[in-house]
Design a protein around this ligand. Structure first.
Ligand code: F6P
Length: 364
């Protein structure tokens, strides 16, 4: 079918490569279908509260290398369970899904492209089940989505972390220090493992393998005894000690949305090891730098391929699916199969095997 009007929204935490997808969808829809492209602003909020802008070849011209998303995003606005504080400060939960559907109909869209992670794509699937023609596009730095080999944003985050490790190597070695780098990734250790390997870390701690403190300390001491009195440790934000639990932090916004917020494991580890070893310990928390800035070329290409394929799938009426990378091809996979699943690093993964084979300690 020929597409006349299509909508795009980006939901959840941003990442590098979102604009490559927006640009690809806009160009493919216009060049191949002469369609009007509507950018829904700030995720599903734009659909609920009717905020949007037209996207054209001209206004998406220079956005390929640009981080973030030109149409905005939010990881707070859940249309089926929208949480707001009333005048007394109490949280009220509203179902705005009908409102969103009515606005979708008023916009007369043939398709809604939803670019997001696990949470956003599950919402997309609920709308699909209620009759909206939806196509999902997987995004997250965490790389924790089932059904696709990679989501865009991940390789950029790994590169940023790898660059940080290169810098921590030289300062750590100069001062004979233990340098800890805390990285994002939620319940998966992909960013930590890949950047740790590429950045020459000596210890990598991931959520999939609860670590033993004595093994971490042993590694530092062994390196010192072997004439290398500095150690680089990468720790994923949800890594936890064997028998312990994850380190989380809370703030008002998170309490409002009931979302768990990680953070603090690097400092936790610093406190735990600093009195057990001779060296000074310093902790760096890379935080949101992993999500910002220019995407690496892999993410620009993946975003472009996802966007172009999504437009093709929409023209074929293949709604209710997510575009996915099954190397080397882009394929479709049903949104329903996501179902809240988290893609963790399998225990027999070759990355884990390679890391340990070259002497990296995973704290076990
Ligand atoms: O899911 C992406 C991610 O960056 C996680 O790695 C991290 O735990 C979380 O989002 C941080 O979320 P926020 O931007 O709300 O602090």
């Amino acid at each position: 079918m020929t597409l006349k009007r299509v909508g795009i929204l980006t939901g959840g935490g941003d990442c590098s490569g979102l604009n490559a997808v927006i640009r690809a969808i806009t160009r493919a829809a216009i060049i191949q279908h002469n369609a009007t492209v509507v950018g829904i602003e700030e995720g599903f909020d734009g659909l609920i509260f009717d905020r949007h802008q037209e996207l054209t070849v001209r206004n998406t011209r220079d956005i390929l290398p640009l981080g973030g998303t030109i149409i905005g995003t939010t990881n707070k606005g859940h249309p089926f369970e929208y949480r707001e504080r009333d005048e007394h400060g109490n949280i009220q939960v509203h179902d705005y899904s009908k409102k969103a559907i009515n606005n979708f109909k008023r916009l007369m869209l043939d398709c809604l492209f939803v670019v997001g992670g696990d949470g956003t794509l599950q919402i997309a699937n609920r709308f699909y089940e209620m009759g909206l023609p939806v196509i999902g596009i997987p995004k997250t730095i965490d790389n924790d989505l089932v059904g696709t080999d990679y989501s865009f944003g991940f390789h950029t985050a790994v590169q940023i972390a790898c660059d940080a490790l290169d810098r921590l190597q030289t300062t750590g070695r100069s001062h004979d220090r233990v340098m800890i780098l805390e990285l994002m990734g939620r319940d998966s250790g992909w960013i930590a493992l890949e950047s740790g390997i590429s950045g020459g870390a000596h210890v990598i701690l991931i959520p999939e393998i609860p670590y033993q403190l004595d093994k971490v300390i042993e590694k530092i001491r062994l390196r010192e005894a072997g004439g290398s009195p500095y150690t680089i440790i990468v720790v994923a934000e949800a890594a936890c000690e064997a028998g312990g639990k994850e380190v989380t932090s809370e703030n008002a916004a998170e309490r409002l949305q009931g979302v768990k917020q990680y953070g603090g494991v690097g400092n936790y580890l610093t406190e735990k090891i600093k009195n057990e070893i001779h060296q000074e310990v310093r902790c760096t928390v890379l935080g949101h730098t992993q999500r910002g800035g220019t995407p690496v070329s892999f993410d620009r290409i993946l975003g472009t391929r996802f966007g172009a394929f999504a437009v093709k799938a929409a023209a074929e009426g293949q709604f209710g699916n997510m575009v996915a990378l099954k190397t080397p091809n882009i394929v479709l996979t049903p949104l329903s199969t996501l179902a809240g699943l988290v893609r963790k690093i399998p225990s027999a993964d070759q990355l884990i095997e390679s890391a340990e084979a070259v002497g990296i300690s995973l704290g076990r």
